[in-house]
Design a protein around this ligand. Structure first.
Ligand code: SF4
Ligand code: SF4
Length: 346
């Protein structure tokens, strides 16, 4: 079987400027290196313009190995490597845990059934590296035995990591009221000496959102950093069903006219239904054509490739080593983010 030939695509910067940007999200707390390397490889080959992964040297190295594999298959232009950071508490930066010794032996383990990352198996506790903090197991345990732990880097660790990894882009997850903490993160980035191609700012809806983002905008203006705004509709839920896609579109509809200048991407609940819903909002005049530069996909992309990942696992191989599984995996991803006919107004 011959290698699938990647279609010629735009560079990441061109994709942003032309409203055709696609970001693949590996998960800010996902440390499943084997799966991440496979997913980063296939996402790169399928034409993603950016790979957004946890701020961790081993994870970044896995993503880069995935990109190198895609290049070997003929990929013409590498996606940007983005690391995700936070300026405070954030559900993207946590892990679930429980002590399996506390569980009744006859528990039917609803926690395992709801976990989309297969981080909870038929026995034992949470597999730390697989958990990406979606929180679904926290409410699934009838005995309330599952807790969460925040996973955040301090300033010194951020600086050291950035000097080591040298990513193309960084995303900072933020919330209103954290202007000073955000500025401290900017200082950490500056202290690393890194020259960024893009700084993404990710924020969900809450009181004071517009004021907060304009405040961050002034801080970024002072530094002259190219930026990207990310509205996070319903975080970590794109694999749940098509309805979550509407949350991200609704968020844009409510907020696009109040956001600072710069390209805007949809995230949080995005899936194969996102473009259709966005185009409908554009046709109805609820969102101006060109308001959205692109879409970021996390759980929905992982769910689409889960069958191929599991087949490869059953063979004791990586997905990259199972060439017969590539066509279906690539077709699924390309269908997810094809027809990015969104014209950017930035
Ligand atoms: S359900 Fe979510 S939070 Fe719980 S273990 Fe799985 S990935 Fe982690
Ligand atoms: S649902 Fe609760 S009691 Fe049951 S296995 Fe999971 S953590 Fe243990």
């Amino acid at each position: 079987m011959t290698s699938p030939t990647p279609k010629p695509d735009l560079t990441p910067a061109e994709a942003l400027a032309r409203g055709r940007w696609v970001k693949w999200i590996g998960g800010a707390s996902n440390h499943d290196l084997a799966a991440l390397e496979d997913l980063a490889a296939l996402a790169s080959l399928a034409g993603a313009h950016c790979l957004d992964v946890a701020a961790d040297a081993a994870v970044a190295a896995a993503a880069r190995r995935g990109m190198a594999w895609a290049r070997h298959q003929g990929l013409a232009c590498d996606p940007w490597l983005m690391l995700s950071l936070s300026d405070g508490e954030d559900p993207h930066f946590r892990k679930a845990f429980f002590d399996p010794e506390q569980c009744p032996s006859d528990c039917p383990r609803p926690c395992a059934r709801v976990c989309p990352a297969r981080a909870i198996g038929a026995e034992g506790g949470v597999l730390h590296e697989r958990c990406y903090g979606c929180g679904r197991c926290l409410v699934a345990c009838p005995l309330g035995l599952i807790d969460e732990r925040a996973e955040r880097l301090d300033g010194a660790a951020v600086q050291a990591l950035l000097q080591q990894v040298r990513p193309d882009a960084i995303e900072i997850h933020t919330s209103p009221g954290r202007g000073q903490a955000f500025r401290q993160r900017l200082k950490d980035i500056r202290a690393s000496g890194l020259v960024l191609k893009r700084l993404s700012i990710s924020c969900g809806e809450s009181d004071g959102l517009a004021r907060h983002l304009w405040d961050l905008h002034s801080a970024l203006e002072a530094w002259g950093l190219p930026r990207l705004w990310q509205l996070d509709g319903r975080p970590m839920s794109g694999d749940v069903g098509s309805g979550t896609a509407q949350a991200a579109v609704d968020l844009v509809q409510r907020w696009y006219s109040r956001l600072p200048p710069g390209p805007l991407q949809l995230a949080g609940g995005t899936n194969v239904d996102s473009r259709r819903r966005l185009h409908r909002a554009e046709r109805e005049g609820a969102v101006p054509s060109g308001a959205v530069a692109g879409i970021a996909y996390g759980g929905s992309a992982r769910k689409l490739l889960q069958p191929q990942l599991e087949q490869a696992e059953q063979r004791g191989k990586s997905l990259r080593d199972c060439q017969d599984l590539w066509p279906s995996a690539l077709a699924a991803l390309r269908q997810l983010w094809s027809d990015q006919s969104l014209e950017c107004s930035c």
